[in-house]
Design a binder for this molecule. Structure first.
Ligand code: ATP
Ligand code: MG
Length: 287
């Protein structure tokens, strides 16, 4: 019997490509992705990868050409295809925002009434203004949206922003966030049991990789008389591992800490007498 494979669609080349491929690699899936290749077979997981334009991914997944895919929530919301969001992936973060020329005297979203707005996201924008009960003229263009006001094509734009530097260098000011977005794993609605099992297996690994990214492994040496104080500073997975060092009176303490409060904790540990603090990244973490 031919073994069933899960077909996944990834962005071919663009902002999501590298992180999408890295995620699969961190999940222990080996594949070769030659430049310009549209398909890749994987060696040690029943997966087949298709490399596509990101705009096409929701459609390929909803049509069943691919079973699952990695795509930005922004593209998902714009295309309105029947796919299921399985997991947020914590990369490709950006926001879809409205921006106006610097000399636009902007006070509230009502100031857009009757204005011409250039965007590559006409569906999302139409819904946004309908919900706010504001009438606008939407000009749908496929790229270089940020130059539309300076060439007289529009009064404002709605575009993806991460740092805001593109808007700034085009004389635009971000005034409203229409939606926040990150990359997500999507699936077609009705996977058969065999494929669903493969997806669950992949998801188990993805969650382990995501958890690992949020955490660091920390090792340090502590004088025994400071041990309880130091242990109290470390909110570990359970409780930290404590082992005696060869030198009497000293112990080695190991634990896992959250990346977000890691600097704070390290500083406190040092002040409490910890020495030789090592912080390592974690590849996978299974709780
Ligand atoms: P394709 O050729 O595949 O159609 P594209 O040019 O439409 O690519 P990219 O610019 O590569 O798309 O962006 C892909 C996705 O990356 C976006 O849809 C969005 O979800 C995410 N993204 C993250 N940060 C940004 C940003 N600063 N600008 C644009 N997209 C971003
Ligand atoms: Mg695209």
């Amino acid at each position: 019997m031919k073994t069933e494979k899960l077909k996944i669609a990834l962005q071919k080349s663009g902002r999501l490509s590298e992180e999408s491929m890295n995620l699969l690699k961190r999940c222990g899936i080996r594949f070769t992705n030659g430049l310009g290749k549209l398909r890749a077979e994987t060696e040690n997981f029943p997966l087949e990868i298709f490399f596509l334009r990101d705009d096409d991914i929701p459609e390929y997944v909803s049509d069943g050409v691919a079973d699952i895919g990695v795509v930005g929530e922004n593209v998902l919301a714009e295309t309105e295809k029947a796919v299921r969001t399985v997991e947020k992936l914590s990369f490709g973060r950006c926001r879809l925002s409205l921006a106006v020329p610097k000399n636009f005297d902007y006070r509230s979203v009502k100031d857009f009434e009757g204005k011409r707005i250039a965007t590559s996201y006409p569906n999302i924008l139409r819904r946004f203004f309908a919900a706010n009960d504001i009438g606008v003229e939407i000009h749908s263009i496929s790229g270089s949206v940020e130059i539309a006001p300076s060439i007289g094509l529009a009064d404002a734009v709605c575009d993806l922003v991460s740092s805001g530097s593109t808007l700034f260098s085009n004389g635009l000011r971000e005034v409203e966030t229409v939606m926040n977005s990150e990359a997500v794993l999507v699936s077609r609605p009705n996977l058969d049991a065999g494929l669903q099992k493969l997806l669950d297996k992949l998801l188990f690994r993805i969650k382990a990789v995501k958890a690992a990214r949020r955490n660091k492994y920390i090792l340090l040496n502590a004088p025994n008389e400071k041990l309880s104080e130091i242990i109290n500073l470390i909110p570990g997975m359970k409780s930290p591992t404590v082992m005696p060092l060869a030198e009497t009176g000293w112990s080695s303490v190991h634990s896992v800490i959250n990346e977000s409060d890691f600097w704070e904790i390290v500083e406190n540990l040092k002040n409490a007498g910890a020495e030789g603090i090592l912080v390592l990244s974690i590849d996978q973490m299974i709780n």
